[in-house]
Design a protein around this ligand. Structure first.
Ligand code: ZN
Length: 281
């Protein structure tokens, strides 16, 4: 099947980092061989990422730009690209996580500082489309009376233990009440042929469902956002978990919510590596 630009574009970053699996790589390269627009987008992305990583022989990042870039990153990430600091010790899960964060934060931060327009709302790829539909259906089902929460509580210390023993992975629960997204509860749901945790957050009268389950993929990343039937969906991968947020909340606020949750998870202790993730079949 021929790949379309809409599918190809979100894959370019992973392709540039040699992170796509073989079938996707083959399909994307077939598309690139016939599509000058996507080829150009790939080249633009490569030159931006060379610039950011400071490897371009003709461009040395000016000190004040470097300082602004560093200042725009979370504190823990700043050291990773700062040559003035001593080299990091052998990679622990935490430093590996920092490196991964750096890899996907740096181009974004650079783009913001450099004033390069980036489309933060990349479309999800085709494989995730049907899953997004399933999650939206689950979200709609949850809004029926009595279906939203098995445990109704605004206290993360009540919600988190409720899931213990009901899931084969540790669920991180973050309260974002101070940022205007209070936790309201959680439930067990069944998505993608497995039991998953669904957390219930609120924004004004809107319900945000956050689905979390162990990922089959090694690397973290921001995977995309999309609209399904007027519902907004955000998907990212972090600390070995897949995270999906679904809501009728507007796109901008749901995106803000997703970033807050990523920040909260990023600063939390690593606790989420699934001990018994089944092998990819
Ligand atoms: Zn194309």
């Amino acid at each position: 099947m021929m790949m379309h630009c809409k599918t190809a574009r979100p894959l370019l970053t992973a392709y540039g980092d040699s992170e796509l699996d073989l079938p996707l790589t083959v399909a994307l390269e077939a598309h690139l061989s016939e599509c000058p627009d996507c080829t150009q987008a790939l080249q633009a992305q490569r030159s931006l990422s060379r610039t950011v990583r400071g490897h371009a022989p003709y461009f040395r990042m000016q000190d004040d730009l470097r300082a602004r870039l560093q200042a725009s990153l979370p504190i823990e990430v700043r050291g990773a690209n700062n040559p003035a600091l001593p080299t990091a010790p052998a990679a622990t899960p935490r430093t590996r996580r920092n490196q991964e964060m750096t890899r996907w934060l740096m181009p974004l931060a650079a783009a913001l500082v450099l004033g390069v327009g980036v489309n933060q709302f990349t479309a999800l790829n085709g494989a995730d489309d049907s899953l997004a539909d399933e999650l939206v259906a689950s979200h709609i089902r949850s809004l029926q009376v009595g279906h939203l929460d098995d445990v109704a509580s605004t206290d993360q210390h009540t919600v988190k233990p409720w899931f213990a023993g009901k899931l084969d992975y540790t669920l991180p629960v973050h309260d974002l009440a101070t940022a205007g997204f209070p936790l309201s509860g959680g439930r067990l749901d069944y998505v993608d042929k497995r039991d998953v945790a669904a957390l219930d957050y609120r924004r004004r009268q809107h319900v945000i469902n956050v689905f979390v389950w162990p990922s089959q993929h090694e690397s973290d990343g921001k995977l995309g956002a999309q609209i399904c039937d007027t519902y907004n969906v955000e998907h990212w991968r972090m600390n070995g978990l897949e995270w999906w947020a679904v809501s009728d909340l507007n796109r901008t606020e749901l995106h803000d919510f997703a970033e807050l949750l990523q920040k909260a998870e990023y600063t939390a202790p690593v606790n989420a590596k699934p001990p018994t993730a089944p092998p990819i079949s």
